[in-house]
Design a binder for this molecule. Structure first.
Ligand code: NAD
Ligand code: SER
Length: 329
């Protein structure tokens, strides 16, 4: 069996994806790659791992040749909040990096997974139950790069018959690895702040509704889509994907039902609020349900129970509960 390669494997999604893929297909079948290396006893180091910049096409193809890669989960990217402060870098990594991956996939005839985002929509998109096929005029560089990625993946499928598949992820919530500088990071930070200090200052307005998803559902969705019968995939790239939509106020209320003295306050960051205001309140994911049987397992209540349990277990570990966007790293 040809091997699977994950780019950006040390990020919020990649860290959990490589563990799941290794559990399913075997430790040596999954090659993690990133511009950083896992260190010490990091569990992500328990399998093949290569230092790889997706902007270096020669190294990319060399790694793919050495490991006989047949499938690429291409996760390396810059997220929305960091992308707005570094638009040039966001274009380079998100678009040129994907182009290099698609060209390498064309050469080695690989299957490619591409993660798109709610960020591909803009203020002129219908906000409630945003349809699968609708207006896409994003106003962030992140959204522009993700929409370009959707179109590139469609093109490589149509023109070169590359098996590209993709999902429009909502904000992802997880406890194993910090989020990477997105607009939705508050939905992770709030849990650490609640467990440690019983209070949190949110950078979005209390009534800002956004789609969110718990990481186990996101990982399962990626693998299920990659295994789906291609004959049933009419959309192929960029399926809307939904599980729950909530506001900071509603998430805080759910936490307060479990931590009675939890308090939330608001100090709005205009940059991230503007981004969030241009994204849907909630997406219609009926195409994903119809074409490959998507069903989420975690709703708000189940996600909050699980997050609080695991974040409490990690309460003594050093953790900076402000996002990478706020820390500027
Ligand atoms: P992340 O920021 O946590 O991880 C990205 C990883 O890419 C990092 O480990 C980083 O070191 C690596 N990277 C950056 N530049 C690189 C380069 N030039 N070459 C190789 N690696 C590089 O991001 P994530 O949350 O894991 O997201 C993964 C993908 O999913 C991204 O494409 C993102 O746009 C998409 N996505 C994420 C979310 C979310 O909420 N996390 C939502 C929608 C879409
Ligand atoms: N969670 C991501 C972000 O906020 C959505 O793509 O950037």
């Amino acid at each position: 069996m040809k091997r699977i390669m994950v780019t950006g494997a040390l990020g919020q999604i990649g860290s959990e994806l490589i563990a799941t893929l290794r559990g399913r297909y075997g430790r040596d079948q999954v090659v993690g790659t990133d511009i950083r290396m896992p260190i010490g006893s990091d569990p992500r180091a328990t399998g093949p791992f290569e230092l790889l910049d997706v902007l270096d096409p020669n190294h990319l193809t060399r790694v793919m040749q050495i490991y006989d890669i047949g499938t690429i989960y291409h996760l390396a990217a810059i997220l929305s909040a960091v992308g707005e402060s570094q638009p040039n870098q966001a274009w380079r990594i998100n678009v040129n990096g994907l182009y290099n991956v698609l060209e390498a996939a064309r050469y080695y005839r690989c299957q490619v997974f591409f993660p798109s985002s709610i960020g591909v929509f803009g203020p002129t998109t219908p906000r409630d139950y945003t349809p699968q096929d609708t207006v896409q005029r994003p106003e962030t560089m992140y959204g522009v790069t993700k929409l370009t990625g959707e179109l590139l993946c469609d093109y490589y499928h149509r023109r070169f018959d590359i098996d590209t598949r993709g999902l429009r992820f909502p904000g992802l919530i997880s406890y194993k690895t910090d989020p990477g500088g997105g607009t939705t990071d508050y939905a992770v930070e709030i849990f650490y702040a609640a467990v440690r200090h019983s209070r949190y200052t949110c950078y979005l307005r209390p009534d800002t509704s956004l789609d969110m998803m718990y990481m186990p559902d996101a990982i399962r969705a990626m693998i299920e889509l990659m295994q789906a019968d291609p004959a049933r995939l009419r959309h192929r790239n960029a399926f809307n994907l939904a599980a729950m939509a909530f506001t900071p106020e509603q998430l805080a209320a759910a936490i307060r039902r479990r931590i009675a003295d939890f308090e939330i306050s608001y100090r709005v960051d205009p940059a991230r609020q503007t981004i969030a205001d241009s994204w849907p309140n909630c997406m219609d994911d009926s195409a994903a349900r119809a074409e490959w049987g998507w069903r989420p397992e975690y709703d708000l209540e189940r996600m909050v129970d699980d997050m609080l349990e695991h974040v409490a277990e990690r309460a003594d570990e050093p953790h900076d509960s402000t996002s990478r966007a706020r820390r500027g790293s």
